[in-house]
Design a protein around this ligand. Structure first.
Ligand SMILES: Nc1ncnc2c1ncn2[C@@H]1O[C@H](COP(=O)(O)OP(=O)(O)O)[C@@H](O)[C@H]1O
Ligand SMILES: [Mg+2]
Length: 295
């Protein structure tokens, strides 16, 4: 705990005392009562409820991990926040403004990388700045900077097919960062990597977050990964998808994944999250096919 400066009399100066009534900064991202129903699909007469009443606030520069079983609506939630999918009900705001579509302030990174195979590493990373109309020299400089940040200097002229999965994911990360978004939305970005590469990339993502102070929402179905990376973990179940608990991760010592991985308390968080998901899975009405009854 930081100690407060003392005045000569030993009294604590008023200005140094954080006021209990001082307003907290507004959240960077706020989801209010989000619901999503996919219409016109065969499984359910009334549409398929992918999300139901999701409320979530994410602070500036926070790393929020979202964890939940496959099919519980994680990608749908992320796509709504990114402005790629419209919610059926509810509102998302970023910096207090409603999200109405994709924006350059919100970057996305996916599991399947989404690289352009016909562009080199540099070409892929330059893409965003080029589309934004920046001068060629500036695009090159930005690309070089972010390629260095992800440790791929030696591969600037390589094509995606010449890279391993871990390297492709680094390029995808550099490409998202080159647009300098305030927010990064990551949808199971490490899901297709082998265990060892995955750990290395977890370390990289944490380092890049610490260096750049982006607000990150990182979706994963891997409970370990969520606890190792997150400031907080939002636990989702579904369908219909909802956040059943928000957990502040408080592991003693370092914020580094390498330290968290071997913390005995990691197991406590894991078993708690497993319990939540198991219990919710057993009790959610309509969990098997997500039929909705919105009227
Ligand atoms: N475009 C769509 N049309 C119909 N159903 C969809 C669509 N996108 C997602 N779904 C359904 O919504 C549910 C949640 O999907 P998704 O958000 O991809 O889950 P997750 O990312 O957690 O695996 C799934 O049952 C999925 O089949
Ligand atoms: Mg998904």
């Amino acid at each position: 705990m930081t100690s407060l400066p003392e005045s000569p009399s030993g009294a604590v100066p008023r200005a140094a005392i954080p006021s209990a009534t001082a307003p907290l900064p507004p959240p960077k991202i706020r989801c209010q009562r989000l619901a999503k129903v996919f219409e016109n699909i065969g499984r359910a007469r009334n549409g398929f409820a992918a999300l139901s009443d999701v409320n979530l606030e994410v602070r500036e520069a926070e790393f929020l991990a979202v964890v939940g079983p496959s099919g519980c609506g994680k990608s749908t939630l992320l796509n709504i926040i990114g402005g790629h999918v419209r919610p059926t009900l509810g509102l998302v705001t970023v910096d207090g403004l409603p999200v109405t579509g994709p924006s350059k302030w919100v970057g996305m990174v996916f599991q399947n990388f989404g690289l352009f195979p016909w562009r080199t590493v540099a070409g892929n990373v330059e893409f965003g700045p080029q589309v934004a109309g920046l001068p060629a020299a500036e695009c090159r400089d930005l690309a070089r900077r972010y390629i260095r940040l992800v440790g791929l200097e030696r591969f600037v002229n390589a094509y995606p097919k010449e890279l391993s999965g871990g390297m492709k994911q680094r390029v995808a990360l550099a490409r998202a960062l080159a647009n300098d978004p305030g927010i990064l939305l990551m949808d199971e970005p490490l899901g297709s990597l082998d265990a060892q590469t995955r750990e290395t990339l977890q370390d990289e993502v944490a380092r890049i977050w610490a260096d750049t102070r982006k607000t990150i929402i990182f979706v994963t179905h891997n409970i370990d990964e969520a606890v190792i990376l997150g400031d907080r973990v939002a636990v989702m179940t579904g369908p219909p998808g909802r956040v059943i608990e928000l957990i502040e991760v408080d592991l003693p010592g370092s914020r580094e994944p390498a330290a968290r991985r071997y913390s005995p308390r990691l197991l406590e968080y894991k078993s708690h999250i497993w319990d939540l998901i198991r219990r919710a899975g057993a009790t959610l009405p309509g969990a098997a096919y997500g039929e909705v009854v919105y009227r």
